[in-house]
Ligand binder design. Structure first.
Ligand code: SAH
Length: 495
């Protein structure tokens, strides 16, 4: 019998999906944060459930050979990097294993080891992020601070730098703090829903040197904007980032108004207070305009590899009609358009679609057409209206973590593309969707994990599904009935 608050010894045998260590005491599965596979540790039971428990690390009795000293002194408390204390080689193995487990256990994929290519990691897994979102609050001394939240809470961990981000962030953090103090700007208090400055978003065009700062506020204007711009310019443009080849330039400062009592960071609209409404950056030979609200992959070095794989899996010859669903600012769409007859992109954020259209023009691409709306609404509607025009030889999907809505997957299967390239940032929902597509005649042929977010359990996967049957297998007749049943009940959306 395991008791709460008692200390036990265990060996960490595996890692969970959030990077926590997993061991056993008397046959009971125990999750322990901040431990590593191979650690022998003394742990205190904090929460004991029927079949599992959560424990706190008290002492490492024998350290795992995979343990390393984190580069960031806040790595343990900050919720951003959960794996910095594990060697990068071991991190990559954990990710690969996690993806294989999801695809075989949830996705029901057989022979996964032979379908998976080796994981694509980074040479130098630091300073890789082009975007940061710092919550703003108070430090212990009651001064304004920028930082990150501690894991699973909204307690602010003040940071002066972040080794995952571009080095310019260190100076932007300092400049922002100085501005907030000098102009006496109140920081946002989440509990009371008072104060002004909630978050600071920064984005750096790694290949153009253009820097964006967007300040998310609970109000309509910022005091002493000139002081802010002056400080930001000074911070960005005094260039002593020796490792950077391109020199940096403050290209866009905006405010985003979010007066809601919500966890959502960005407001719906932003207002430019300095420079342009968007910054540009390049991926391979293409240039992209990126507004503050738009999604843009955060790790430029790995994005090139990720898109390279998506394009390879799409196997285009120049004659294909291609759909790019969840297309963001049209990044993947435009790479596809260079190799296809035509591309249709669909995306929910209007600003991103504006960017996508601009980006097509900027890159002289005329065979891409974009639509605003939910993919699960737009695609079935267009396909029903004009099936010849909106059919697909190849479909690319790149949904957020929750994966694709079942209606969309069924519509894609009805369109009968030869290949589906599924780019995913959550292997569990990818696996769920692969199972649904499997029941509709699509087989997983290849998959590769790309480490876009070193030091975390988040991982991106590109997978290729091939159509193997025209007719639905027997079981599917049943499934269609189930689908109708769910549609009537209306609860299939989040399964
Ligand atoms: N393929 C793009 C964007 C991928 S991120 C790239 O690589 O840059 C996922 C995108 O899906 C985001 O831009 C998000 O705004 C969008 N999105 C979220 N839900 C959606 C939905 N239901 N329909 C269409 N797009 C959606």
């Amino acid at each position: 019998m395991i008791s709460k608050n008692e200390v036990y010894e265990l060996t960490i045998e595996d890692m969970g999906k959030d990077g926590e260590g997993i061991g056993h005491v008397d046959g009971m599965t125990v999750f322990v944060k901040d431990t590593v596979v191979g650690d022998r540790a003394a742990v205190k039971m904090m929460k004991v459930k029927k079949n599992y428990a959560y424990a706190r690390l008290m002492e490492i009795l024998e350290p795992s050979p995979y343990r390393v000293t984190p580069l960031c002194e806040k790595a343990v408390s900050c919720g951003g990097c959960t794996l910095q204390h594990i060697s990068y080689e071991q991190q990559k193995e954990l990710l690969q294993k996690h993806v294989c487990n999801c695809l075989s256990r949830i996705g029901g994929v057989e022979g996964i080891d032979s379908l998976m290519e080796p994981l694509i990691g980074m040479e130098e897994p630091y300073h890789f992020r082009n975007k940061m979102q710092f919550p703003v609050g108070m430090d212990r001394e009651g001064r304004p601070a920028l930082g990150f939240y501690a894991g699973h809470t909204h307690a602010l961990i003040p940071l002066s730098d972040c080794p995952a981000g571009h080095p310019v962030n260190r100076k932007i953090i300092r400049a922002m703090r100085e501005y907030l103090m000098e102009a006496e700007v109140p920081v946002y208090d989440e509990e009371q829903h008072t104060g002004l400055v909630r978050h600071v978003l920064t984005r750096v065009g790694f290949y153009t040197g253009e820097v964006m700062v967007c300040i998310i506020i609970n109000g309509s204007r910022l005091p002493e904007q000139d002081l802010l711009i002056h400080k930001l310019q000074e911070a960005v443009e005094i260039d002593d980032y020796k490792q950077n080849v391109v020199s940096l330039r403050l290209a866009s400062v905006s405010i985003s108004i979010n007066r809601d009592r919500t966890n959502r960071i960005m407001g719906d609209h932003s207002k430019t207070i300095f420079g342009a409404d968007a910054i540009t950056d390049r991926i391979k030979d293409l240039t992209f305009r990126i507004a503050p609200e738009s999604f843009f992959q955060v790790n430029p070095e790995q994005t090139r590899k990720l898109y390279g794989k998506a394009l390879e899996y799409a196997g285009l010859t120049g004659d294909e009609i291609v759909w790019d669903m969840y297309c963001g600012i049209g990044t993947i769409s435009l790479f596809l358009a260079e190799k296809a007859k035509c591309v249709y992109g669909v995306e929910i954020i209007p600003q991103a679609i504006e960017n996508a259209k601009e980006n097509a023009g900027l890159n002289h691409i005329s065979n891409a057409e974009f639509f605003v709306g939910k993919a699960e609404d737009i695609v079935p509607k267009l396909y029903a209206e004009a099936p010849e025009r909106y059919r697909a030889d190849v479909v690319v999907v790149d949904p957020p973590r929750k994966g694709c809505e079942a209606e969309l997957l069924h519509c894609i299967a009805d369109m009968q593309p030869d290949r589906i390239v599924y780019v995913s940032c959550d292997p569990a929902t990818l696996a769920r969707d692969i199972r649904i597509l499997g029941e509709r005649g699509y087989d997983l042929r290849k998959a590769v994990a790309v480490d876009m977010f070193p030091h975390s359990m988040h991982v991106e996967v590109v997978s290729l599904l091939q159509r193997v049957s025209n007719t639905r297998p027997k079981a599917i007749t049943l499934d269609v009935e189930m689908e109708d049943y769910y549609r009537i009940k209306g609860d299939r959306t989040n399964d």
